[in-house]
Design a binder for this molecule. Structure first.
Ligand SMILES: Cc1ncc(COP(=O)(O)O)c(C=O)c1O
Length: 395
């Protein structure tokens, strides 16, 4: 598979195991950006000349392709810069509906991008912010609904942890939340999950989801929010400017239709197109088969890591994707990452933007590997060699 990814093809010695941070880009992604600029570059949705109409057509084809992949309506896809912007955008847009007596729920497993926006929204509105505790053994996050009451306005949780790799049962959790309070708005951070699981949102109870293209083999700097149409209809715009208006006068302004109402300013059509073409390519390659391949490699990595004496967080059952956090006794994660780099192994060390989780685990950080379908046993073997080297040098 590495042959389809120019960076990996050009740097044959590299074992890239930091895919949860960002994935490498297949040739189709890079070529599509070039193709757009060489054949179709104009500002979409604005000009009446043929080139701009062509850019608009490409933009909307991409939206449609992505919406079909998720089994939703194309109007329900709003382009953003990524998950962080998407989640903040939803929090800002929901602000008017939050009252002092309300509560907002999030979890200790969250990336800061799906934690701080809700914590700060609750603060701004003097509402209560409730946090579901993380418990490695009991997997309590599947019981988020226990905290839901008649005043719960928002529940925001992750589809897959960027630290432990834990995959939450989104539909089960959402169903239970809606049973307790049908008015609660459910928001899921899918930054990691999209790259490990195919989602069918056609019958989902989830109201909003946020995604980043760069974590799913697409380009940097682009992402999208999925919002249920009936929820989007209730939302005010969160950015004002070009293309999102219907009419502007000295006294009043009215808004464009959904999704354009939420897409103020120039959107990066080259990247939007490259992302849709990347998903199309992944589908041709059989995305489920690719996910199975990385699952097999994850099992191999777990087995080999255990042999080194590494302490692995979670992964005691099958509710985990191919993201593994671990620690090696007496070796600081940063030291291990530096030694791994000498072996041409890219891995991640630190708190992974998840400080509430680190507090709960009572550790400053972890070492993390995150596996893609383009990785192979040789990458894992190099990692194990680096760990052995670190142990020899530092233990
Ligand atoms: C679970 C999760 N949520 C949100 C984000 C933020 O994504 P981005 O930096 O693409 O906005 C990340 C990035 O690592 C993540 O892993």
């Amino acid at each position: 598979m590495k042959k389809h990814f120019p960076l990996l093809k050009n740097q044959k010695n590299l074992s890239y195991l930091d895919n949860a941070a960002t994935t490498q880009k297949p040739k189709i992604c890079i070529d599509s950006i070039k193709e757009f600029y060489e054949t179709s570059n104009a500002n979409s949705h604005r000009g009446l000349y043929a080139l701009s109409l062509k850019a608009t057509k490409i933009h909307e084809w991409s939206r449609q392709y992505i919406s079909k992949y998720l089994h939703v309506k194309s109007e329900e896809i709003i382009f953003t810069k990524g998950t962080t912007e998407g989640l903040n955008m939803i929090a800002i847009a929901l602000e008017p509906i939050i009252k002092k007596s309300d509560n907002i729920i999030s979890t200790e497993l969250e990336h800061h991008a799906n934690f701080i926006p809700w914590q700060q929204l609750a603060k701004r509105k003097d509402a209560k912010f409730k946090v579901v505790k993380y418990n490695e053994e009991k997997q309590e996050l599947n019981n988020i609904s226990k905290l839901v009451d008649k005043n719960t306005k928002i529940v925001a949780f992750t589809g897959m942890s960027n630290v432990t790799g834990e995959i939450l049962n989104i539909e089960n959790i959402s169903k239970k939340i809606k049973l307790k309070n049908p008015k609660t708005i459910i928001i899921v951070d899918c930054a990691q999950l999209l790259a490990h699981k195919k989602l069918d949102l056609s019958k989902s109870n989830v109201d909003f989801m946020a995604f980043s293209a760069h974590k799913f083999y697409g380009p940097l700097g682009i992402g999208f929010v999925y919002g249920k149409y009936k929820q989007l209809e209730k939302l005010r715009p969160f950015l004002y400017g070009g293309n999102m208006i219907s009419k502007v006068s000295n006294k009043e302004s009215t808004w464009n239709s959904i999704p354009y109402k939420f897409e103020a300013g120039t959107i990066d059509t080259a990247n939007v197109y490259a992302f849709a073409k990347t998903i199309e390519w992944l589908e041709i390659k059989d995305v489920n088969k690719l996910f199975k391949k990385e699952e097999q490699l994850k099992k191999y990595a777990l087995k080999e890591l255990e042999k080194t004496g590494a302490k692995i967080i979670g992964h005691k059952n099958s509710n985990y994707g191919s993201v593994i956090s671990f620690s090696i006794k007496n070796i600081h994660p940063h030291d291990l990452a530096t030694i791994a780099d000498k072996h041409n192994v890219c891995l991640r060390a630190g708190h992974h933007c998840c400080q509430p989780l680190m507090d709960r685990l009572e550790i400053p950080g972890t070492t993390r590997i995150s596996i893609s379908f383009y990785n192979n046993k040789e990458d894992i073997n190099k990692l194990i060699k680096a760990i052995k080297d670190a142990k020899r040098l530092l233990e």
